[in-house]
Design a protein around this ligand. Structure first.
Ligand code: URA
Length: 195
């Protein structure tokens, strides 16, 4: 797989990707959003309908909840973080992305990680957590815990769409964001200061 050393090239190449069957049904490739110099990276599962139509991650109801939780700990997609997904194109009917779709797409995410060099990665939900932290991750038990991998602090939290279905889990997820704020102050305080 090609490696792109700047964001414009990566963006352009990713937007033309045909590495898996999802390219046939997508409206837009959802590459990611945020600051190219962010040290905190959030990773979801894959675009839903709104994201596919608008070309930006987390713009539907789940996205509104995510923005609210981010803002509560002084994070903002336009100011101090970056948000991407495991797969960049919408799986039809919002089914889980297939292992071969994840495999075909993961190189784009690796390239994004190589350009950002994040200090902290937050996996939004089970799919991202299992793919990036460990295959046997138990999201209900292990959300909010930090795992160190290749010098990056990694944590999974509950997916905002799961919180919409299950509002009783919101306080637990909010605790994860408070832990995240402390970890940011420890590892990359510039997230909160220099912009
Ligand atoms: N759910 C995700 O996992 N990612 C998005 O971009 C939107 C909804």
């Amino acid at each position: 797989m090609d490696f792109f050393s700047n964001w414009e090239q990566l963006q352009q190449a990713c937007a033309a990707c045909q590495r898996c069957q999802l390219c046939k049904t997508r409206h837009n490739v959802v590459v990611g959003v945020g600051r190219p110099d962010a040290k905190v990276l959030f990773i979801g599962e894959g675009p839903g309908e709104n994201e596919d139509l608008q070309g930006e991650p987390f713009v539907g109801r789940a996205g509104a909840l995510l923005d609210k939780m981010l803002n509560a700990v002084d994070l903002d997609r336009s100011r101090n973080i970056y948000i991407a997904n495991i797969v960049k194109c919408r799986p039809p009917q919002n089914r889980d992305p297939l292992p071969e779709e994840q495999e075909a797409c993961i190189g784009w995410l690796r390239n994004q990680v190589a350009l950002l060099r994040p200090k902290i990665i937050v996996c939004l939900g089970r799919i991202a957590g299992m793919r990036l932290i460990k295959p046997d991750l138990k999201i209900t038990k292990e959300h909010g815990l930090f795992f160190e991998k290749n010098g990056v602090a990694m944590m999974a939290t509950l997916h905002p769409a799961a919180l919409l279905r299950n509002p009783s889990q919101k306080p637990g997820a909010f605790e994860d964001f408070l832990k995240l704020r402390e970890k940011i102050k420890e590892l990359c305080p510039e997230t909160y200061t220099s912009r």
